[in-house]
Design a binder for this molecule. Structure first.
Ligand code: MRU
Length: 344
């Protein structure tokens, strides 16, 4: 399954809003269309958002390849701008845009056409690297899971949230590939239902045993001794190890601490933001009210009710047993241990 793919002159992405009922690709031909795809969550999950943004930049460059240098520059600045405004929390978006900008900067003497080709090739590299990183992280993280583990996850940090394989679900997939018997407990993940719609679907596709629960059942499952470990993904890790992830993750981490259950965060190095000291500085996206008052065409809440819809929360580093990265596992994440990881 390819979450994103390049076909001829366009980007195609699985429409994650309609899964699992429909499996279909949508086409994207401009940066603005790609930004809208990110905003509306056709594509979602931090690494996949980064890959999409890289392709969004490349798409615009290819469209502008016959323009003058002045027109190219103006068009590209607008492309970077619209993509940067698509979603605020996943740092991979900004990481990918920075990487694409540096390719552009390094090619200032090249022709516009050459720059466009280099940007497309960089987008392919970002996607290919993401899959390799997830596999490396999976192999390292699989060591953290005992044979027979029942693993709770929240949201979707699977192949759909990345270029492929996944971060948290990548660890589970790798453990299964290595012959371990693992079963998954998927929190449904209100309000967008990434757990019920996407994680459950991914696991069912691969015959990895999965049990779906509503988010408010996690404490009961833990207190009944039905969960051995928690693994989640992340949208941004601050320099001190505080972790932003899908709303509800903090609740799961507190519950895991209460029940002495290890709480792991699978996190590519590109998701660690050393420019942010701690979790209080991570921008938290607020999404539309209608995600909370209903789902798709169905509205269940009283009209006129006031609504909050923060899409992410921050889990303090002290609740994190380990950050699983492609360079190794950071136990007891802190500014020192994360700093050492970057130097290793
Ligand atoms: O709002 P979403 O679906 O983009 O949120 C995604 C998550 O919270 C994931 O857990 C996170 O991006 C890690 S994905 C490997």
């Amino acid at each position: 399954m390819e979450t994103l793919r390049w076909i001829g002159d366009r980007l195609e992405m699985i429409d994650q809003r309609v899964l699992p009922e429909k499996f279909e690709y949508l086409s994207f031909r401009t940066a603005a269309e790609t930004a809208e795809g990110i905003r509306s969550m056709v594509v979602r999950g931090a690494p996949a958002i980064g890959c999409a943004a890289a392709y969004g930049v490349a798409l615009e460059a290819l469209l502008l390849r016959d323009e003058s240098a002045v027109e190219f520059t103006a068009g590209m600045e607008a492309a970077f701008d619209v993509l940067a405004k698509s979603r605020p929390t996943a740092v991979n978006l900004f990481w990918a845009l920075k990487r694409m900008r540096s390719v552009w900067d390094q090619g200032r003497e090249a022709t516009v056409g050459q720059i466009a080709d280099r940007l497309l090739s960089e987008a392919h590299t970002v996607l290919g690297e993401d899959i390799r990183i997830n596999r490396a992280m999976g192999a390292i993280g699989a060591e953290m899971l005992q044979d027979g583990s029942r693993v709770l996850t929240h949201c979707n940090a699977g192949a759909l949230a990345t270029g492929g394989h996944g971060t948290a679900l990548g660890v589970i997939r790798s453990a299964v590939e290595f012959g371990k018997s693992i079963s998954v407990v998927a929190n449904e993940t209100r309000p967008f239902l990434q757990g019920a719609r996407l994680t459950a679907w991914e696991m069912v596709q691969e015959n990895i045993p999965v049990t779906l629960i509503t988010d408010n059942m996690a404490g009961f499952m833990m207190s009944s001794g039905e969960i051995d470990a928690v693994i989640v993904g992340t949208d941004r890790v601050a320099a001190n190890g505080d972790v932003a992830n899908k709303i509800g993750t903090y609740t799961v981490a507190v519950l895991a601490k209460r029940h002495n259950i290890p709480f792991y965060v699978a996190c590519p190095m590109s998701t660690i933001d050393l420019g942010i000291e701690d979790g209080t500085q991570i921008p938290i996206e607020e999404r539309a009210e209608d995600e909370v008052t209903g789902f798709r065409e169905c509205q269940w809440a009283a009209r006129g009710v006031s609504v909050r819809n923060p899409s992410f929360d921050v889990t303090p580093a002290e609740l994190v047993t380990g950050l699983i990265t492609e360079k190794g596992v950071v136990f007891e994440p802190s500014e020192e241990s994360i700093g050492a990881l970057f130097k290793s």
